[in-house]
Design a protein around this ligand. Structure first.
Ligand SMILES: [Zn+2]
Length: 356
């Protein structure tokens, strides 16, 4: 399997995360991508290639233009104030307050943030742009093939199994139409899914196996009938993002029935999780998805420091095998996973088992 990877992920190197009332070093750190890449190489998963640049058009196809401009200038505007730390929101347009966009960066960041743990730091914008290019390059490779012009999609339709791994960092599934948070700025998986749509693929499914609900992906496609979004995640009554991911959120308007949420309780073991995964895979099959995008978070792992499921390293092999059984061209997009020690093992277990 080919991996797409950009060194520019290092530009996202925030010093602070608001966690448990303290400012701590962020769980979402450059070492995450390093450890995954090291495992990709040591297990000889396949070639690792750099992304090409796609510009802002695919971003603006899904995200609000004002929001994108905010992300671009946020660090510069913050740097011009007397503030000494990183960009952290402190005030929101909460219930019954005005929804207008303030002029001062302090107000703007509150308007565009969905949560406060994720600080914007110098280089965040550049890393987020590179990350969506990693996702898009993976999508393009899956659809159009490699530099030799060999399409990966065509043989896939015949043989049933082919995948590409976009090692995105920062992750993306919490980034909504006009909000950042949960370590996410631009929604890499959604941008890739839309790219497939814009390049002749009729029906795309996004399977989100990250521990957290992908509120951003749901938000972006909530009223769309040609993109199916399915997520297994910690029950939002107990887990971030708390205000999204309930089972009665099923899509609306034309998108009614194309969102499927499986919230699961504390201590969930693989057997229970896997039964829900199989339900999701059946729905993807029935939907007639031509391409599958997997939001690949492995923070479902039993030792993950910020999550509460109990999956073991070997379980990730089963996940890869079950996804392969769908026989759809599959783009794996890296999302969460914070147990640095075994992060690479768990990610590559999914990918290698998918390849068979
Ligand atoms: Zn997560």
């Amino acid at each position: 399997m080919i991996t797409i990877y950009s060194e520019k992920h290092r530009l996202r190197d925030a010093k602070t995360e608001l966690f448990g009332g303290l400012l701590v070093p962020p769980y979402e750190s450059p070492s995450r991508a390093d450890i995954v890449l090291a495992r990709v190489n040591s297990k000889k998963l396949g070639e690792v290639i750099a992304p090409r640049e796609f510009g802002l058009e695919p971003v603006l196809a899904l995200h609000d233009a004002g929001f994108v401009e905010f992300l671009r200038v946020a660090w510069d505007e913050w740097s011009q104030t007397e503030y000494e730390g990183e960009v952290i929101p402190t005030c929101w347009p909460a219930r019954r307050m005005s929804q207008r966009i303030p002029d001062f960066i302090d107000g703007k960041v509150g308007y565009y943030a969905l949560s406060s743990e994720t600080s914007i730091s110098k280089g965040t914008w550049e890393a987020a742009i590179a990350s969506k290019d990693v996702a898009l390059t993976g999508a393009e490779l899956l659809l159009n093939g490699d530099q030799t012009g060999t399409s990966l999609l065509a043989p896939l339709k015949a043989s049933g199994v082919k995948g590409v791994f976009s090692l995105c960092r920062p992750p993306g599934h919490h980034a909504a139409f006009d909000m950042f948070g949960g370590y996410c700025f631009l929604n890499n998986a959604a941008i890739a899914a839309q790219w497939f749509r814009d390049n002749g693929i009729e029906r795309v499914a996004i399977l989100d196996v990250d521990f957290h609900h992908g509120n951003g992906t749901q938000d972006i496609f909530y009223e769309r009938e040609e993109v199916l979004y399915l997520s297994l995640h910690g029950d939002p009554r107990d887990a971030f993002p708390h205000f999204s991911g309930y089972s009665d959120e099923t899509g609306q308007a034309a998108g009614e029935g194309t969102t499927f949420n499986c919230p699961l309780p504390r201590g969930t073991q693989f057997k229970t999780w896997c039964d829900k995964l199989k339900e999701c895979l059946t729905k993807i099959d029935q939907f007639g998805a031509e391409v599958l995008v997997v939001s690949l978070g492995v923070d479902t792992f039993e030792k993950d420091p910020i999550s509460f499921f109990k999956l073991k390293s070997d379980d990730f092999l089963s996940i890869g095998k079950l996804i392969a059984d769908l026989k759809r061209p599959t783009l794996f997009v890296m999302e969460g996973g914070y147990d640095i020690k075994e992060l690479g093992i768990n990610v590559v277990n999914v990918l290698q088992a998918f390849e068979g």
